[in-house]
Write a protein that binds this ligand. Structure first.
Ligand code: NIG
Ligand code: FE
Length: 426
C-alpha cells in the first residue's frame, strides 16, 4: 500500500536537497554539497518534507493528493535571506545621485543623511504605510525565490518608533506567506536628538528600548528574535557594542553584529567571544580575526550588494573565510541606502563573480548556511525529511544557470510549508 501524502513533486531533472553536514551547516571548503538527485522527487505532508529520493522509489512508496510534474526543472529549497532592513519609508534617490558623483556614504552619514534620513521618513510614516510598502517588497522577494527573511528595525531609534517597526514586522508576518525573523537594531545610528551624546543614547537603549523590545517579544513573538548593532566608526564603538549585546542576551535575544564594513574596530573578535549567531559584512576584517571566526560556530554573512551598491571594487575576503573553515552565508542587506534589492538571485550573480564562489557554493550559502545564520538550520534551508517543505521550482533544469543567467527571474514556482504561494506568469 502506498502512503497518501498532500503533495508530490516528481521527475525533477535536478533536485538539490542541500544536506546538512554532521547535522549542521557546510563549513569551509566543504561548502557546495548539493545532494543532487537526478530525476528526483519529494513527498510533502503537513507542510514538511516526508521523503526525498529518485522519482521511481518515491512514487513506489507514496501517492499524492496533488502532483507537480517538475520534468526539465531544477528543484531546490527556498532561498533564505538572513540580513535585511526591508521595512522603511521614503527613499534616498537623491543621495544615490550624489554618490554617483563621488560623495561617499560616510560623508553623507556625517552630514546627518544616510540612515538618519530614512529615520526621519520612517518616523513620519504610519504603521499602515510601513506595512503596505513592506508587503510590496516581500512580494518581490518571494517572486525571486526567498521563502525566509530576517528584517531589522533601526529606522525608528526611539522606544516608541522601534516598537512601531517591530509591530510592522509582526503584521507583515501575519499577512505574508514568507517566514519572517525580527531583529531589534536600535543601535543602527545615533539619532539626531542624541548627536554628540552617543553614550547617553546607548544608556537609553539598555535601560528603556531593550526592555521594551523584550516585553514586546514576550507578548507578540514566540519565535526566535535577534538584537544587532552597527559596530562602526561614526555609529557604535566596540565598548558600546559589548554593553548593548550583553544586555540583549540578558533580555533573551539572540545576537548578531554588523562588523568591519568600513573600519575594523575589533567587532569580529568580540562577536566570537560572545558566541553571536552571525557576523555580517566582514569587508575589512583582519586576518587574525578571520582565523578566530573560522574556528567558531558563528556564521559569516557576506553582503556583496553593499560594495556593489557603493560602486566599490573591494569585496569581502570570502576565500580567506573558507580557508579558515568559516560557515559562509549570503544575504541581500536590502535597504534604502547602498543595497536596494529584494532579489537573492542577484546576490548569486554577484557572489559567483566577485567572491568567486561556484554556483553550488553560492546556493548552499543562500539556503542551509543562511538558515544557520538565523538559528533556523534545523528547520529550513534543506530538503531533508522533517524540514519545512519550502521549495523552489526553477525555469531551468541545471543549477549551474543560477548566477550565470542574471538580471532576469529564473523562478517558476514557490512553495512554502507545502503550499504553492507563487507562480511566475508565462
Ligand atoms: O547593512 N551598515 C548599516 N546598515 C545598512 C545600511 C543601511 C542604510 O544605509 O540605510 C547596511 O549596509
Ligand atoms: Fe545591514
Amino acid at each position: 500500500m502506498r502512503q497518501h501524502v498532500d503533495l508530490l513533486i516528481t521527475h525533477a531533472q535536478q533536485l538539490c536537497t542541500i544536506p546538512p553536514h554532521a547535522g549542521g551547516p557546510q563549513r569551509g571548503h566543504a561548502l557546495g554539497d548539493l545532494g543532487l538527485i537526478e530525476d528526483g522527487a519529494l513527498a510533502i505532508q503537513d507542510g514538511l518534507v516526508r521523503a526525498v529520493g529518485p522519482t521511481d522509489s518515491i512514487i513506489a512508496a507514496y501517492s499524492g493528493e496533488d502532483v507537480i510534474d517538475a520534468s526539465g526543472r531544477l528543484v531546490t529549497p527556498g532561498l533564505v535571506d538572513p540580513h535585511t532592513h526591508l521595512v522603511w519609508a521614503g527613499d534616498r534617490a537623491e543621495e544615490f545621485e550624489r554618490r554617483i558623483k563621488g560623495v561617499t556614504y560616510q560623508q553623507i552619514m556625517a552630514e546627518g543623511g544616510g540612515i538618519n534620513r530614512t529615520v526621519q521618513a520612517t518616523r513620519q510614516a504610519s504603521l499602515d504605510e510601513l506595512v503596505t510598502s513592506g508587503l510590496q517588497r516581500l512580494d518581490l522577494a518571494l517572486q525571486h525565490g526567498t521563502t525566509t527573511v530576517e528584517i531589522k528595525t533601526g529606522y525608528g531609534l526611539s522606544t516608541a518608533e522601534e516598537i512601531k517597526m517591530l509591530s510592522a514586522i509582526a503584521l507583515l508576518d501575519a499577512e505574508h506567506p514568507i517566514r519572517i525573523i525580527p531583529t531589534f537594531l536600535g543601535a543602527h545610528a545615533v539619532p539626531p536628538e542624541f548627536a554628540g551624546r552617543s553614550d547617553a543614547y546607548v544608556d537609553l537603549i539598555i535601560k528603556e528600548m531593550l526592555p521594551a523590545a523584550a516585553a514586546w517579544k514576550a507578548e507578540h513573538w514566540p519565535g526566535v528574535m535577534f538584537c544587532d548593532v552597527f559596530c562602526e566608526e561614526g555609529a557604535f564603538t566596540l565598548e558600546q557594542t559589548r554593553r548593548i549585546l550583553e544586555a540583549a542576551l540578558q533580555a533573551g535575544l539572540k545576537l548578531k553584529i554588523h562588523v568591519d564594513e568600513f573600519v575594523a574596530l575589533g567587532g569580529t573578535r568580540l562577536g566570537v567571544e560572545l558566541g553571536v549567531t552571525s557576523l555580517d559584512h566582514l569587508d575589512v576584517t583582519p586576518d587574525e580575526e578571520i582565523a578566530l571566526l573560522g574556528a567558531s560556530q558563528t556564521v559569516a554573512v557576506a553582503l556583496p550588494t553593499t560594495p556593489f551598491g557603493l560602486g566599490s571594487s573591494h569585496y569581502p575576503p570570502v576565500h580567506k573565510l573558507l580557508d579558515a573553515g568559516a560557515i559562509l552565508a549570503l544575504a541581500t542587506d536590502c535597504n534604502p541606502g547602498p543595497a536596494w534589492t529584494e532579489n537573492l538571485q542577484f546576490v548569486l550573480a554577484l557572489a559567483t563573480r566577485y567572491h568567486r564562489l561556484t554556483q553550488a557554493q553560492a546556493l548552499v550559502a543562500c539556503t542551509l548556511n543562511a538558515a544557520w545564520a538565523l538559528a533556523l538550520g534545523n528547520q529550513v534551508g534543506s530538503l531533508e525529511p522533517g524540514r519545512a517543505a519550502d521549495v523552489i521550482i526553477w525555469r531551468t533544469g541545471d543549477y549551474r544557470e543560477l548566477g550565470y543567467h542574471f538580471g532576469i527571474n529564473l523562478v517558476e514556482q514557490v512553495i512554502i510549508a507545502g503550499r504553492p504561494v507563487y507562480t511566475t506568469p508565462d
